[in-house]
Design a protein around this ligand. Structure first.
Ligand code: ADP
Ligand code: MG
Ligand code: ZN
Length: 614
């Protein structure tokens, strides 16, 4: 079935075709029925069949024409006659085959036109019905999300990967070394299944690519497709979720059927969490559909033999929400983790996306990589692209190092918004707020170093203090979390110390503080060991009729203790912060006033203040 884009009125309405057919039919009927050939325009005398035959026998006729039930005749005197006969009576029965007569007898064959009309009359109602259903199913299809082929909603919409068009190879995936190694193995399964079967090894059925958004899961799958040399069916989990119950399941069936026919093959289900969420969580129609779809996937995965050479690859950034049944052996039992890129991987990704771009000399990608801790592959691609765009905007011949540095800031903090009108008073508050963060952070041992302070609006933030980790870290210590809270308090406390009151600008800071404190107590067991201890206090989110509910797995009294512990963490951090800022009040004022003038302070400019005081 051909696919048409959504919302484009799809082709001509089938009713139009039907209408045309009917018109043609009517015209045909008119022509074939109304034609009495040579008698058409003459005066015709209606006579009986007996009279007609008598006149024939008397040899009065020059010619006689028999057409269906009509007998027409022209006499030698130039008169025209017409009579009706029985439809079964032929010229022999009527005695019109007398060769001794001078009359030319012709029989006009009308069976063709008749046939046409008969067929038309017989078939038209059915055509009409079919057209009606087609029309309905198209409407339904487009409501459900774009399938416009007749009766196409149960069909899978998997895209078959066209190797001639896309040429993604493993070389296009930078970094992710371990993940690539595992995936190369998968490709080898498909290319040389015998090698593994001979050894008695089972070929895995399902592989789950797990990684944060933008780490290159979809890219990896495309690379597998490009390398594996087998048909690759790609489908996104959300495409199974339809408003019609049962459609998702039938799509799954169709997808596996097609893939099995083409084995060895790969099925790729992107964003599988859209369907693979734990079952039985919610009630209400929407969940039922997802459940059916999921069950169908499980059934299909159990249904094919291990030597079918069919591998199902799925990608998700939420493996925690996936149904356990999906993850058990025989299904997606292999997990390939794609991590956030580390320093070396970031350099490689930046280099890869820089290949087709024009760079000025002196651009140091390693330096950029060191400033982009926590950026995903997609972020890095975005950075390089933003740099190129800004170079074009400024009519440069090549991309400079500054372009890419600015792009890093833009990607991580949003674009600058210089047009936002901010009053002088507000600017002052913002400056003190940001310097408060910076100072509190600077004097906390475990806080990341200050990279930049800015009072230019970016995205939704009015000002930014940018702390930048110097290296990749995988563990977060208790003291680091505490210090982070201290620096987050800095903004609000600076406002209070200088202006005597706080503003709404600190709401985001407070949110983050609470989140850290709650996580410390409830998730990481960092609270008072005598009160709450090393217990994980889970709050489950349950869906019910489309709403999410928090369900606590602990008692009310425990809840109170947790709250107290959380408050203690928050309060301690606030006290520490206040002490730091009170001690450095003059420094706070000096730096804030400078920031008001300069709008931005770099790391070096910020550090210079502390050298003076030493
Ligand atoms: P995911 O599916 O994990 O959310 P994608 O595969 O869609 O992420 O990645 C988005 C884009 O980011 C890719 O098209 C690619 O250009 C870039 N990208 C991500 N990771 C890498 C990587 N390791 N190497 C090169 N490019 C990458
Ligand atoms: Mg993706
Ligand atoms: Zn703040």
């Amino acid at each position: 079935m051909k696919k048409f884009p959504k919302n484009v009125p799809s082709r001509t309405n089938p009713f139009v075709y039907l209408f045309v057919i009917a018109l043609v039919g009517a015209a045909l009927a008119l022509f074939s029925g109304g034609d009495i050939s040579f008698l058409a325009t003459q005066q015709v005398k209606e006579i009986s069949i007996t009279q007609m035959l008598e006149k024939y026998k008397a040899d009065e006729f020059k010619q006689v024409q028999v057409k269906d039930n009509d007998i027409s005749a022209e006499s030698f005197s130039g008169e025209f006659f017409h009579a009706y006969k029985e439809s079964t009576a032929n010229i022999k029965d009527l005695g019109l085959d007398d060769t001794t007569k001078k009359t030319t007898v012709t029989v006009v064959d009308t069976s063709d036109g008749k046939l046409w009309i008969n067929i038309l009359i017989g078939v038209a109602p059915f055509l009409l019905l079919i057209a009606f259903f087609v029309f309905l199913s198209r409407r339904a299809g487009s409501m459900g999300g774009g399938e416009s082929g007749p009766f196409g909603f149960g069909k899978s919409r998997a895209k078959v990967y066209d190797k001639t068009k896309h040429q993604t190879k493993f070389a296009d995936v930078a970094g992710a070394k371990e993940a690539k190694e595992e995936v190369v193995e998968v490709v080898d399964f498909l290319k040389n299944p015998k090698k593994y079967l001979k050894m008695g090894a089972k070929i895995p059925k399902g592989i789950l690519l797990v990684g944060a958004p933008g780490t290159g899961k979809t890219l990896m799958a495309r690379a597998i497709a490009g390398e594996a040399d087998v048909p690759f069916f790609s489908v996104s989990g959300s495409e199974f979720v339809e408003m019609f119950v049962g459609v998702g399941a039938s799509r799954v069936r169709d997808l596996f059927k097609t893939a099995k026919r083409n084995a060895p093959a790969i099925i790729f289900i992107d964003e599988i969490d859209a369907i693979g969420k734990q079952r039985g969580q919610g009630m209400g129609g929407g969940h039922d559909e997802r459940e059916q779809t999921l069950n169908q996937i499980l059934t299909e995965m159990d249904g094919f033999e291990p030597d079918t050479s069919l591998i199902v690859i799925a990608a998700t950034n939420r493996p925690d929400v996936l149904d356990k049944a999906l993850l058990r052996p025989g299904r997606f039992d292999r997990r390939v983790h794609i991590d956030m890129p580390d320093m070396d991987a970031r350099v490689q990704i930046l280099e890869l996306h820089s290949q087709n771009k024009i760079w000025e000399k002196g651009v140091n990608l390693r330096k950029i990589a060191s400033k982009t801790v926590g950026f995903s592959g997609a972020d890095l691609e975005n950075v390089v692209n933003e740099a190129a765009i800004s170079a074009v905007k400024n009519r440069q011949k090549a991309i400079t190092h500054k372009d890419i540095e600015d792009a890093v800031e833009k990607v991580s903090m949003g674009p600058e918004r210089r047009s936002r009108r901010i009053t002088e008073d507000e600017r002052k508050i913002i400056a003190y707020h940001e310097v408060g963060h910076a100072l509190a952070g600077h004097f906390s041992e475990h806080c990341e170093p200050v990279h930049k302070i800015s009072i230019i609006s970016r995205g939704s933030a009015l000002g930014v203090t940018w702390f930048l980790p110097e290296e990749d870290k995988y563990l977060m210590s208790e003291s680091k979390m505490k210090d982070e809270m201290v620096s987050l308090h800095g903004g609000r406390i600076a406002e209070r110390l200088i202006f005597g009151q706080t503003t709404t600008g600190a709401s985001n800071d407070l949110e983050r503080i609470s989140r850290i404190a709650r996580a410390m107590v409830m998730t990481y067991g960092m609270g008072d060991q005598n009160k709450v201890g090393a217990v994980v206090f889970a709050e489950k989110t349950k869906g019910y009729a489309g709403l999410d509910f928090q369900e606590k797995e602990f008692s009310e009294s425990t809840s109170r203790i947790i709250d107290e512990e959380v408050q203690k963490f928050v309060f301690d951090a606030e006290k520490t912060c206040e002490n730091i800022l009170k001690k450095n009040l003059t420094l706070l004022k000096v730096i804030a006033e400078d920031l008001l003038k300069k709008e931005n302070l770099t790391r070096d400019e910020f550090l210079a203040y502390f050298e003076k005081t030493k």
